[in-house]
Design a protein around this ligand. Structure first.
Ligand SMILES: [Zn+2]
Ligand SMILES: [Zn+2]
Length: 346
């Protein structure tokens, strides 16, 4: 087959399947037949037009697949047929941030001509540094969650996490519950709060030690009820200033608050200065992830003890791409995954 199907975003809310030439496998590149691509918040924003890179555009950066061909000069001993996940947020490797191990702040990431995204296609050819082997026992849709998992590893690495700590995750969406999966992988105490009772049930099924309904009372009261004076780490994965303020009320002395979720432009927060002073709090943000975070996400997936299936709300065939995007806009859902070979393959 010399052509492939690709989901092309022509303009906001207009996505079409096109036949395009299958990409060549250049020197140093690996050609991957994609199997699953999850729709992330970035693709949702590109679909609605809330974020614009360019149109037309092929989105998709949470991808798993199978190696089809290995180009000349690839140093890693990749083999055709091997299962892989792809890092499709390519970084330049040359700028100050890339060279100092902080490629999530690469200044050239969105530069024209740079290969980024492109996972909503039947084939992708990328430099081998963007390809990571993954165990066959990780299903393709779950493997597609490796990329967002790496974002959540990055977030927790922004704190001084240690095993005895109690971590509160505000927001039980996909990203909140990926934080939970990591915390439980390390055997830590994890508390989750959300406004959606159904999502809290999923949090409980995924091992949350406490699942708090934010409608009842805010997390600090709930923590009191659970006999916890204050969380050591609070990760805010929910949007809105109220979620952040709840984080400040729930965090204990010496605690850290991670502002993981991006907020609406112009969101300002007001913090009691003495709360920071007397409690010696740390406030930080978290943006994307580095190659090291990605490697850790792969090894966590390969460990076989993550339980991510509840985070796959829908698996949709590529030909129904518009339906997939519309479903992904439904905030009550976790990840919507596009299956390149049709849903029956999973
Ligand atoms: Zn993502
Ligand atoms: Zn760079």
């Amino acid at each position: 087959m010399d052509t492939m199907r690709v989901a092309v975003l022509k303009e906001p809310r207009q996505v079409e399947i096109e036949e395009r030439p299958k990409p060549p496998t250049g020197p140093g590149e690996v050609l991957v037949r994609t199997k699953a691509c999850a729709i992330c918040s970035l693709e949702r924003r590109l679909y609605t037009g809330d974020q614009v890179i360019m149109y037309p555009l092929v989105g998709g950066h949470e991808v798993s697949g199978v190696i089809e061909q290995v180009g000349e000069g690839v140093l890693t001993p990749f083999e055709p047929g091997e299962h892989v996940v792809l890092d499709l947020l390519n970084r330049c490797g040359e700028c100050w941030f890339c060279r100092t191990g902080h490629s999530n702040h690469c200044v050239n990431m969105w530069r024209k001509g740079n290969h980024i995204l492109g996972g909503l296609a039947e084939y992708v050819s990328v430099p081998s540094k963007q390809v990571f082997a993954i165990d066959r026992n990780v299903s393709f849709p779950e493997a597609a969650l490796t990329e967002p998992l790496s974002d959540c590893i990055h977030s927790l690495m922004r704190t001084h996490l240690s095993p005895e700590m109690k971590v509160l995750v505000i927001g039980a969406g996909t990203m909140g519950l990926l934080h939970l999966a990591i915390l439980k992988h390390y055997g830590m105490t994890a508390l989750v709060s959300d406004l959606d009772g159904d999502k809290l049930q999923v949090a409980a099924a995924m091992g949350a030690d406490y699942a708090f309904d934010r409608n009842d009372s805010s997390p600090n009261h709930q923590l009191d009820g659970a006999g916890i004076p204050g969380a050591d780490v609070v990760v805010v994965t929910a949007p809105g200033e109220q979620a952040i303020q709840e984080g400040f009320r729930a965090v204990g002395p010496l605690g850290t608050i991670v502002l993981f979720a991006s907020q609406a432009e112009g969101t300002n927060i007001c913090v009691d200065a003495n709360l920071l002073h007397y409690n010696e709090l740390t406030i930080t943000g978290s943006e994307s992830r580095t190659e090291k975070d990605f490697l850790q996400a792969v090894s966590m997936q390969n460990s076989g003890d993550l339980y991510l299936k509840p985070l796959l709300s829908e698996v949709v065939p590529l030909e129904d791409i518009e339906k997939a995007f519309e479903m992904a806009l439904d905030v009550s859902k976790f990840r919507v995954v596009v299956a390149m070979d049709g849903v029956e393959t999973f």
